[in-house]
Design a binder for this molecule. Structure first.
Ligand code: URA
Length: 233
């Protein structure tokens, strides 16, 4: 790829800023000062440095965010603050996006990535990736409600919801594992058993548990193993 594009992809500045870096002699390729922004570099084999610091090329980025309530899961919005605003400047990239959606008032695991292929795999309706939610409800659920939620309920779609796993945690708190992701699914499922969600947090996604050390609004990169696990789901 072109040297200026390589530098932009590694967050070294805008196209004009990296051109200026090259012009000022701050960039070397395999130890030699680079002069041409259009020069071709091989991202796997060439050694590109900026002010003596070697850049490691990466194509894809993966962040586990503990989404706080109050932000919307979108890359941009004309009115509301989005989850992308939680990224520190050094992690911002125009190609990052939330893989999937949590409602504005939902907290928990949201994957931010620029890997469109993985996002597609995880979100495609036929894929049935596991998502576990901690659901607080208005009224205690009866054994019959729990059974209905597990077996499938009518949320106004063509068919009942797919079988789910339900675990009662406290009197008015359940852990609900879904293998599909319809719009507002958890809230609609609880409405289907005449209840109401009072708080919702996604605590696991694609087999990865939310890192308990992440406070709402914090994020961290996924480890290589975690990325592999998502690919394996
Ligand atoms: N189900 C919902 O109702 N809301 C979410 O944010 C996620 C799942």
């Amino acid at each position: 790829m072109r040297l200026d594009r390589f530098l932009c992809e590694l967050n070294q500045g805008t196209r004009s800023e990296v051109k200026e870096l090259i012009r000022r002699g701050a960039v070397t390729v395999n130890g030699l000062p680079a002069g041409d922004p259009a020069a071709r570099v091989n991202e796997e084999t060439d050694c590109v440095s900026v002010r003596g610091k070697k850049l490691i090329y990466r194509k894809f980025f993966y962040y586990m965010l503990n989404k706080p309530a109050g932000l919307i899961s979108a890359t941009r919005d004309r009115v509301s603050a989005t989850v992308m605003e939680l990224l520190r400047p050094e992690h911002r990239r125009p190609d990052l996006f939330p893989a999937g959606r949590l409602d504005r008032d939902t907290e928990g695991f949201l994957l931010l990535t620029n890997d469109g292929g993985l996002a597609h795999r995880l979100l495609s309706p036929g894929k049935h990736v596991d998502k576990m939610y901690r659901v607080s409800v208005e009224h205690e659920l009866s054994p019959e409600d729990l059974r209905h939620l597990e077996e499938g309920v009518d949320i106004g779609e063509d068919r009942l919801t797919l079988p789910a796993k339900v675990l009662q945690q406290e009197e008015r708190v359940i852990l609900l594992t879904l293998h599909e992701g319809k719009f507002h699914q958890v809230k609609r499922m609880l409405e289907a058993v005449n209840n109401k969600v009072t708080a919702l947090k996604r605590i696991s996604f694609g087999g990865l548990p939310l890192d308990e050390t992440l406070q709402p609004g914090d994020y961290r990169e996924l480890t290589e193993d975690e990325v592999k696990k998502l690919y394996g789901t």
